[in-house]
Design a protein around this ligand. Structure first.
Ligand SMILES: [Zn+2]
Length: 113
């Protein structure tokens, strides 16, 4: 798995884009905070997660409807490793099983080494 700064920044950017896509006001707040602080995506996520942990919000369930059980219709899709069709349990699930997920990570680690 690549661990360079550019790749991590791109991943953090995707997380912020996804988060902003869930609610327009979140996208605005993210844009304002980043602009005010001149943060990279990685700095923004690190700062926000650290703040949440320091303030004890890590045990509070997000209130956005997207995170409520059954809120997102899950359609069958192919596993990114084995290709078998499966019905995701959580949004963004990429693999049919933990075995496939771990095998994929090991494959990526071997590629990066
Ligand atoms: Zn699979």
């Amino acid at each position: 798995m690549p661990t360079d700064d550019k790749w991590i920044e791109e991943c953090c950017e995707e997380v912020l884009k996804f988060t902003g896509s869930l609610a327009p006001e979140w996208a605005n707040r993210i844009a304002i905070a980043r602009s005010e602080r001149n943060w990279t995506s990685r700095q923004f996520l690190g700062a926000m997660i650290g703040w949440m942990l320091d303030n004890g919000y890590h045990l509070t369930a997000p209130q956005h409807p997207f995170f409520q059980p059954g809120a997102v219709p899950m359609v069958e899709k192919p596993c990114e490793l084995c290709g078998k069709l499966f019905k995701p349990i959580i949004p963004g699930q990429r693999f049919c099983s933990e075995t496939c997920g771990i095998s994929y990570l090991k494959k990526m680690e071997a590629k990066a080494a």
